[in-house]
Design a protein. Structure first.
Length: 156
């Protein structure tokens, strides 16, 4: 089961948000919260609130739908920062000119999932089994190289 939370129209560049999101991808929720608490980036506080929201969603759904969700086994499965609309602005420049620039906006999505005791993702569907690794594709022999004929260059 996946639990998600989304924050839209956040006034931060998606590139800067991805720096913080990459720190918490794949980590357990408690470890991700500690990482965000000690990260010196402005967006870390917003991502911390988003992580708490996703955790609250998991708590709510587990009590509401009667799912057996172990909060200690949750981890950050996916953390994405996408572009939002850009605000076009103008900055004064020398000699009466104007430079245009864009203020970027981010949409951040965070997905939590439950990890089993073995460290692999759990599935709540009974009888579902993981497919074995796909067989390696057969390699073809490289195609014969074409020889390039050399042109004679006449002396002038």
């Amino acid at each position: 089961m996946e639990f998600r939370a989304e924050m839209r129209y956040l006034r931060v560049s998606p590139q800067k948000a991805r720096l913080v999101l990459n720190l918490i991808k794949g980590r357990r929720v408690e470890e991700a919260r500690n990482t965000l608490a000690f990260t010196k980036k402005r967006v870390a506080a917003h991502v911390g609130k988003l992580l708490q929201s996703a955790l609250d969603n998991a708590n709510f759904l587990s009590t509401e739908k009667g799912l057996d969700v172990e909060i200690d086994n949750l981890y950050v499965k996916r953390a994405i920062a996408n572009d939002g609309p850009r605000m076009k602005r103008i900055r004064p420049a020398p000699q009466g000119r104007a430079y245009r620039f864009q203020r970027r906006i981010a949409h951040i999505e965070l997905v939590l999932a439950e990890r089993g005791k073995n460290g692999e993702a759990m599935s709540h569907v009974v009888g579902e089994q993981r497919a074995s690794a796909p067989a390696k594709a057969k390699r073809r022999a490289p195609a014969a190289k074409k020889t390039v004929s050399k042109k004679k260059v006449g002396a002038r």
